[in-house]
Structures are given as C-alpha cells and as structure tokens.
Design a protein. Sequence first.
Length: 419
Amino acid sequence: MKLTVVGGGSTYTPELADGIGRLLPSVTELVLLDPDLDRLAAVGPVSARIMNRYGHAGTVRWTDSLDDAAEGADAILFQLRVGGQAARHRDETWPLDCGCVGQETTGAGGLAKALRTVPLMLSIAERAVGRASPSCALVDFTNPVGIVTRALRTSGYNAIGLCNVAIGLQRKAAALLGVSPSAVSLGHVGLNHLTWERSVTVDGKDVLPDLLAAHMDEIAADIDMPETLIRRLGMIPSYYLRYYYQHDAVVAELRDAPRTRAQAVMEVEAELLELYGNPALDTKPEILAKRGGAFYSEAAVDLLVALADPAASAVPQVVNVTNGDTLPFLPADAVIEVPATISASGAVPLPVAPVEPLLRGLISHVFAYEELALEAALHGGRDRVYNALLAHPLAGQYEIAECLTDKLLAENAKYLPWT
C-alpha cells in the first residue's frame, strides 16, 4: 500500500508513523506532502526512524509535489490546516467580541475554517485522484470533518471522515471497566463534534448505567461537564457538547483565559519540532500527547486496515459516513458520525435506534447550519455566510450574526477570493 499524507509536515505525523510501524505492515511507501519544506525536514526523518525502530519494511519520503505524492497512491489521508495555528488563534478570539464561542470547529470559528478549507480540499482531491490508484480511498482528518467530508462525498469522491473522539471514549471506558478496548462497543450517534454515547456494550450487555454509577466523577472531569447534567441525560456527551450546553460559561472562561488553545499548541509544536530534529530520536516524545489527537494513529490505522483487508471489515468503526436512511430525520446525503462497517468500497453505517427528541432537535439544527456552511464554502458571498451564522444555534440572533459575519470576512479576506 502506498499511503500519502496531505499535510504531512504536521507534528501529528510521527504519531501516525508510530501506529503504522506497530500495526500496518502492508504500507510499502509512506509519502508526506507539505508545502513547508522546513517542517518536512524535521518531521520526515523522525517518522522514518520511528517506523524503522519497529522493524517496518516500508520506506518514508517527503515532498512538496502533489503530483509526485499522489501518483499511484492506494490511500490518501488529509490532515491539513489552511492558515496554520495563526488562523486558528484568530478563530478562537474574534467570535468572543460578538459574545460567541471561539473554537476552531464549533460556531463561527468552524465556519471560518470550512470557508478556508473546502475549496482547497476539493482542488487537491481532483488533482490527486486523477493520479492515484483507481481504488484509492480518501480519509479526512481535517476539521471541520463533517462539512469537509460531505464536500468530498457530494463531489463524487470515495471519502471517509475520521475523528478521535469516539476511540478516545472507547479507550477510557475500557480502562475504567478493566477490559480490553476491543471488547467495548459504543452506541455513538450524531454529527462530527456533536455526538453522544447512548450505550457502552461489553459481551452483549449495555454497561453504561453501571459505568456512570461507578465512575461518574472521572467521566464528568474528562468531558468537563457537571455530573448533574450527565445524570439527567443518562448518556455520555462528547466534550464538544459543552459549547452548547454551557455556552455562556465557556465564553466567560475563554475571555479570561491567559492564552488560546492555538497559542498553547504553537508552544508544544515548537518544542516538538526541536525534538524531531534530534537524529537520535526514534520514538514519539511524551509531549506529543499535549498536542491533542489522542489515539489518532490507532483510529487511522484501524480504518486503513479495514479498507485494505476484507477480514478486518467485520469490526465496526465510528466514522463520518453518508447517512442514507440511518437517521431518517436528516437528508440522505447528510454526513453523520456513527458506527459503520468498512471495506474497500467504503463505509456503510450500521442501523441506529430511533434518536430521542432531545438529541434529534440539536442534530437537525446543527445540520441545517452545516448545509448552509457548505453552500457558503462552495459558492461564497456575504449573504451565504450570514445565513449560515443566523442558522447556527450558537449564534442565531440577527445582530450577533451580523457582528460575526463582518469579523469573519475581515479576518479571512486573504483566503476568500470572493470577498
């Protein structure tokens, strides 16, 4: 398998290399694509050393040529960030001026990221798929994953969206229960970064009530939500639901925070890149865990294995996949995040129990925003941006939507040719 990573200069990449080295011997060539040759010069060699340490026979190389990287690729993984952490920092700050959450995927920050990202992703995909293997699969780890994956899929590409939230919760639940992660199945439902665990199944039994009763304090601390709220829900919400369930409190916290998440990540990345430059380093540094993306490599490798190996497709995986009739209250071409079976032909969502109105209402509301966000990303125009923000449950009021629209366009003018 030739695996190409678009955005291969990311400090995440050695985490991926570690997973490939341990779990994916079928990779014969790993190609890291990035326009930043300085980052590739640090990330590429350490990724090669990590894989070599595991005795992996695959070669690792890096390039800034898309045509070279995509030629004959069997799978292409997207992990790019248009504008880098500097753009993320802006996304996390200007919405606060309008009284809204500043976060790179949720709310106005997520819309800004979608507007910057979707056109580039489609351009890269068109050129890359033309040179890749006819059966090439596209794996999207680029946020906002739901919107970006829908853009790819509705444009005809065999794309699957990937997020590490579900695998992180699975691993944590397994640790609390004292069982192997492979023994734990999640009743995961929703949209990317808008999900709930309605069940946690071990040996055919839903142990979620027992898990909540025995470990409520650890679970509440992990997702940073009140125990009373989790008890009322009777399920485990993704920590991203905090932006909805505690919006005003989060805005106050972010306004008082000494630095943004982007600034914290930039500090970690600077240290990581210095470490990666050490020619003796052949293991992923412990500080990489502070970068975020826990269990990213396992999720990516599990997905790649299932795409390449029919025997592995029997194990369901939580991915972002086309809805069909899985959630009947959403359009068939919506992209949802649920357990699915994976094969070389793509992902097929497993049946989902009827979704409660408490969840269904918010899912429908956010998806309506995502529809409008994708329209704005594809076709541009201030009115489309405004409509998306007016539809978003974290904005909604017309004066707030006006404020957010003006600031979004001003902050992103150089990325949006139609402004």
